[in-house]
Design a protein around this ligand. Structure first.
Ligand SMILES: *Cc1c(COP(=O)(O)O)cnc(C)c1O
Length: 393
């Protein structure tokens, strides 16, 4: 099988079988390589490895076979050349900044990105002379107008959290490239099962494996996927030096998470779509935010860009914060937690939790109202989820 290549297989198959190089023990399941370092056959071999003249493991801060299996598998699923794993999603985003930016550079980011991503740009990269401007995710003209001669990359998340707005990745990638910038896409909400940003023209994908990739809320981890060139020149040297490494145990958990990702995503999406259609009919609801509904402003774009509409549903209640808290507190089964992408459904009040650190005027600008509730729809029976919500609706 000289021409065997996992690239010729579909995502569902790659997710289950790619990445694992069976060892001399003939194991069927990927082992956890719990080792910090590796042994060389001679002083000469050690020297060759350290200078990069011979491929092979040196130290688990930068290479480990279990972590490598996860990286190879996720790279294939995202149709990227290479993937590097990190200790968290934020560590992956940090690595993109540290690897690509220098003092005097500029970044354009969507205003509707994960809260800590905004803080990373505003409080940390700013300290080292990197400027960031924030624009409306769904307004391509704002993106283009914000680009300066020193803009290095554009950064977005689609669908956004918690309002589930959709950005046209291809359009914004074209704008970035026209001005000599890169496009970085946070693909946490869709995963490669629903959306492949690199195929749409993005240059770099970042992941928090903590969410759907794990899928059962156990481990924290992240990843960067990009071309060989970007990984080799910008991201790998930073990982090796900066040291925000994924542990082999977490990589092992995420590998098995990837094996069921396609079936889980389909079930999450089907159940979320069903719940959104039901919620839209409830008299207590003032406004729905779910791209599968025809009432969603970017319904057509979502249909064209994604293979399904996602597992997160947000909605505004009539009656402000009081009604939102009442609904949340009346649930008996749903978990009141900010995490998402879990088999367990979770319910969140964004304006006082995940987005509570934003100044009120910024929240208003982004459109996160006190009446907004977000549900990450899990894999419990859909009727049980509805029944739980009826307690407070
Ligand atoms: C959770 C999350 C992150 C950060 O990931 P961690 O693993 O928590 O560090 C980044 N982006 C999005 C969209 C997320 O949901």
């Amino acid at each position: 099988m000289a021409d065997f290549n996992w690239k010729d297989y579909s995502l569902e198959t790659q997710a289950i079988r790619a990445g694992h190089n069976r060892t001399h023990e003939d194991e069927h399941s990927m082992p956890i390589f719990a080792t910090s370092s590796y042994v060389f056959k001679s002083a000469e071999e050690a020297a060759l490895r350290f200078t990069g003249k011979q491929a092979g493991n040196i130290y688990s801060r930068f290479t480990n076979p279990t972590v490598d299996a996860f990286q190879k598998r996720l790279a294939l699923m995202e149709k990227g050349e290479r993937c590097l794993a990190f200790s968290s999603g934020m560590a992956a985003i940090m690595a993109v900044g540290m690897g690509l930016l220098k003092s005097g550079d500029h970044v354009v980011s969507s205003r509707s990105v994960f809260g800590n991503t905004v803080l990373l740009f505003q409080n940390y990269f700013a300290k080292f002379g990197v400027e960031a401007d924030f624009v409306k995710l769904t307004e391509p003209s704002e993106w283009e107008a914000a680009i300066k001669p020193n803009t290095r990359f554009l950064f977005l998340e689609t669908p956004s959290n918690p309002l589930i707005e959709i950005a046209d990745i291809q359009l914004i990638a074209d704008i970035a490239h026209k001005h000599g910038c890169l496009l970085v896409v946070d693909n946490v909400f869709c995963t490669p099962v629903l959306q492949k940003p690199l195929e749409l023209g993005a240059d770099i994908i970042v992941h928090s494996a903590t969410k759907y990739i794990d899928g059962q809320g156990r481990c924290v981890g992240g990843a960067v996927i990009a071309s060989d060139e970007i990984i080799e020149n910008n991201i790998y040297p930073y990982l090796r030096t900066g040291g925000a490494t994924m542990s082999p145990f977490n990589a092992w958990v995420f590998l098995s998470g990837l094996e069921t990702l396609a079936v889980r995503m389909k079930a999450h999406c089907d159940s979320a779509f069903e719940l959104a259609k039901w919620l839209e009919l409830q008299p207590a609801i003032a406004k729905m935010h779910y791209p599968g509904l025809k009432s969603h402003a970017q319904h057509k774009l979502a249909k064209q860009q994604q293979s399904h509409y996602g597992g997160v549903v947000s909605f505004e209640l009539k009656g402000g914060k009081e009604a939102a808290w009442k609904l949340i507190d009346a649930t008996k089964m749903l978990s009141i937690t900010a995490n998402l992408g879990d088999v367990k459904s979770t319910i969140t009040h964004p304006s006082t939790t995940t987005h509570g650190r934003l100044p009120p005027e910024v929240r208003a600008e982004v459109g996160i109202k006190d009446s907004l509730v977000r549900i990450s729809v899990g894999l419990e029976n859909g009727d049980d989820i509805k029944k739980d919500l009826l307690n407070g609706l």
